[in-house]
Design a protein around this ligand. Structure first.
Ligand code: AP5
Ligand code: MG
Length: 190
């Protein structure tokens, strides 16, 4: 089983690129952000807990997302692999993922990191706000907090995966098609 991590700051294009990646490589897309938004829409207890954190641009507790990921791994067996979008996002989550995969003798196959500068993050999210109506895209304070949370909590994972020789970075500033082509060239190697 292959386990790809689609990494990058908010608005980098993870969700956008995931669609064509899962199709081409027969992967199951798991976006922890989408799973959490579904819980919120359904008004579950977990959703209620997550909503205030997401709306503030903070992360939800590690145990919550780790549990979500493990439960998808356990229920979806009929795929060539998984594409993790927005997970892991802290060093503790990366270590938990390694432990979950080790139970079945697996490991992370590769990290595909889409990078864009902070100013472009804001432009892209403001643009998307008008189209998708995501609550955490709606105000500048939340967007600033998401960017800060990314730099503080998530960016250290670049070094974590470089240390394991699994980190691959793609320039995310080009057109959607340009970025897709670069990702496919990289993914073809795995
Ligand atoms: P999540 O849903 O993962 O949000 P995110 O990481 O902030 O990333 P986005 O979904 O905003 O951006 P994206 O990279 O998918 O970009 P997209 O393709 O949409 O998480 C939301 C929240 O949930 C978190 O803040 C946190 O609270 C919580 N959460 C989730 N996972 C968690 C975890 N593991 N631990 C704890 N908490 C967690 O593109 C953006 C826009 O740009 C779109 O409009 C798109 O059309 C456009 N675009 C894309 N590519 C291009 C391009 N090349 N050129 C021009 N426009 C482009
Ligand atoms: Mg997304």
């Amino acid at each position: 089983m292959k386990y790809f991590i689609l990494f990058g700051p908010p608005g980098a294009g993870k969700g956008t690129q995931a669609t064509s990646m899962v199709e081409k490589y027969s992967l199951r897309h798991i976006s922890t952000g989408e799973l959490l938004r579904k819980e919120i829409a359904e008004g579950t207890e977990l959703g209620l807990k997550a909503k205030s954190l997401i709306d503030a641009g903070a992360l939800v507790p590690d145990e919550i997302v780790e549990g979500m990921i493990e439960s998808v791994f356990n229920t979806e067996k009929d795929v060539a692999g998984f594409l993790l979008d927005g997970f892991p996002r802290t060093t503790a989550q990366a270590e938990a993922l390694d432990m979950i995969l080790a139970k079945s003798g697996d490991e992370v196959t590769s990290v595909v990191s889409i990078m864009i500068p902070d100013e472009m993050i804001k432009e892209r999210i403001r643009h998307r706000a008008a189209i998708e109506g995501r609550a955490d895209d709606a105000n500048d304070t939340t967007i600033e907090n998401r960017i800060r949370t990314y730099h503080d909590k998530t960016e250290p994972l670049v070094e974590y995966y470089k240390g394991k020789g699994k980190y691959n970075e793609i320039d995310g500033t080009g057109t959607i098609e340009d970025v897709r082509t670069k990702i496919f060239t990289l993914m073809d190697k795995f």
